[in-house]
Every structure is written in structure tokens, then in C-alpha cells.
Design a protein around this ligand. Structure first.
Ligand SMILES: Nc1nc2c(ncn2[C@@H]2O[C@H](COP(=O)(O)OP(=O)(O)OP(=O)(O)O)[C@@H](O)[C@H]2O)c(=O)[nH]1
Ligand SMILES: [Mg+2]
Length: 221
């Protein structure tokens, strides 16, 4: 360890109380930062609530841009805790990666193809990607294009966990049943972490469980 090197902050739920910053938007694989800190990515259909969930996690409502209109996030957006120069020896302890959504048919085909390629290439090929959170809208459940992403992750042996979003939009009594149904659907999938998280960014629910789950993954648990 030289003078410029300091140990990274431990990754625990406290890390999410610190300010987080946007460091880079990646429109294509060649613009990815060098592989360094562990990355946790948020994937899912357009409008499922990926960017809102990241804001909820770090308690900063305007950090990741959100929108009512699907197709808001168009690059792989990197967020890290503030206070690290990014130089060797002073890297942040982890990064959160907000991804463009898939399955948005209204955008021009070329754009949709480019996003889809970027999402799939990143998921398949990123060595420092430690876990993918695959977001599923509580009202819609797992769709065909979600299944394709799950299959890709199983084949690439990338650990993933399902997060149900927008639970405030369904009856509270329906949530446990939806969790059970979702668990049944992923039971035979090799890379699926066998716990389904239920969240509402709107009502700030499920965030502590998610923070703890992320800390465990980053710490190698
Ligand atoms: N009711 C409710 N609405 C939510 C929740 N999370 C997100 N939304 C709304 O859903 C819409 C889409 O949210 P985003 O976070 O932009 O979704 P996204 O998955 O990042 O979308 P793209 O970047 O377009 O793929 C916005 O209008 C949000 O306010 C939630 O927990 N409850
Ligand atoms: Mg988004």
C-alpha cells in the first residue's frame, strides 16, 4: 500500500446513506470504464422502475433520470459513492449500473436494436458484474423478453435476483402470492438467487432488504 492508497469504505447499508454521483454514461461497449470495482446492474423492461429504484436506494430522488415515458434511460449509467478520485488506489468500493430498458416497441427500430445489443453484450461479458437485479412490474409478471434475459444470464452464469416493482399498484394481499408464483417460475433456473424481493420506490418499501442484499453480494457473501 503506498501513500495514495487507502482502503475502500466497507460496503454495508451505511454506504447508501452517503451522497452518490453519476460518473459516466456508456452508449456502446467500447466506452465502458476499465473493469475495476464490483458492479451491480439493474435490468428490466422499459418503464419497470429501474432508475426510480436506484434513486430510492441512495435516497436521492433526482440522481438517475426517470420518466413516465418508456425509453428514458438510453445508456449504461454508472453511479458511485462520492469522494473517490477514481485513480488507481482510490477507486470507489462499488458501482450501481442503471440500464436502458428492453421491450419498448415504440422507439425507432435501430435505437431499440442498439440498446438491446448493449444490454445483452454487457450482461454477457462484464467480468466485474457481480449481480444483476432483474426488475419485474408487479402488475405484469415475467414476460417473454424477461425470460430471454433470464436464459442469457443462466447461460453466462451471472448471478441474478428478481425484484418485483411498484407493489403499491397492487393489493397488499396479492404480494405474497406473487412472490410465490415468481419463485416457482425461476426454481429450475441455474443462476437465479432463490429469494424474490418486493419493492415500491413510491412508498419506499423493500429498500433496506435490497441494500443488505447488495452489501452481501459485494462483500462476496
Ligand atoms: N406507483 C409507482 N410508480 C413508480 C414506481 N417506480 C417507478 N414508478 C414510475 O414508473 C415510471 C417509470 O419509472 P423509471 O424509474 O423511469 O423506469 P425505468 O425502468 O428506469 O424506465 P426506462 O429508463 O425508460 O427503461 C415513472 O413514472 C415512475 O415515477 C413505484 O414503485 N410505484
Ligand atoms: Mg431508466
Amino acid at each position: 500500500m503506498n501513500d495514495q492508497t487507502r482502503p475502500a469504505a466497507p460496503v454495508d447499508a451505511e454506504l447508501f446513506k452517503r451522497p452518490w454521483i453519476f460518473i459516466r454514461g456508456v452508449p456502446a461497449m467500447k466506452f465502458l470504464p476499465p473493469e475495476g470495482p464490483p458492479e451491480i446492474a439493474f435490468a428490466g423492461r422499459s418503464n419497470v422502475g429501474k432508475s426510480s429504484l436506484i434513486n430510492g436506494l441512495v435516497r436521492q430522488s433526482g440522481l438517475a433520470r426517470t420518466s413516465n415515458t418508456p425509453g428514458r434511460t438510453q445508456e449504461l449509467n454508472y453511479f458511485v459513492p462520492d469522494g473517490y478520485s477514481g485513480a488507481a488506489g482510490d477507486l470507489p468500493p462499488m458501482a450501481l449500473v442503471d440500464m436502458p430498458g428492453y421491450g419498448y416497441a415504440q422507439a425507432p427500430k435501430e435505437q431499440v436494436d442498439a440498446w438491446t445489443r448493449l444490454v445483452f453484450d454487457y450482461l454477457r461479458g462484464r467480468v466485474t458484474l457481480k449481480r444483476v437485479y432483474l426488475l419485474i412490474d408487479s402488475r405484469h409478471g415475467i414476460k417473454k423478453n424477461d425470460e430471454e434475459v433470464l436464459t442469457l444470464l443462466d447461460k453466462a452464469a451471472i448471478s441474478y435476483q428478481i425484484i418485483l416493482t411498484k407493489t403499491d399498484k397492487i393489493k397488499a394481499a396479492g404480494v405474497p402470492r406473487l412472490i410465490e408464483e415468481t419463485l416457482l417460475k425461476i426454481k429450475k433456473r441455474a443462476a437465479a438467487f432463490p429469494v424474490v424481493l418486493a419493492t415500491s420506490s413510491e412508498k419506499n418499501e423493500g429498500m433496506d432488504e435490497l441494500r443488505e442484499a447488495i452489501a452481501l453480494v459485494v462483500n462476496g457473501g
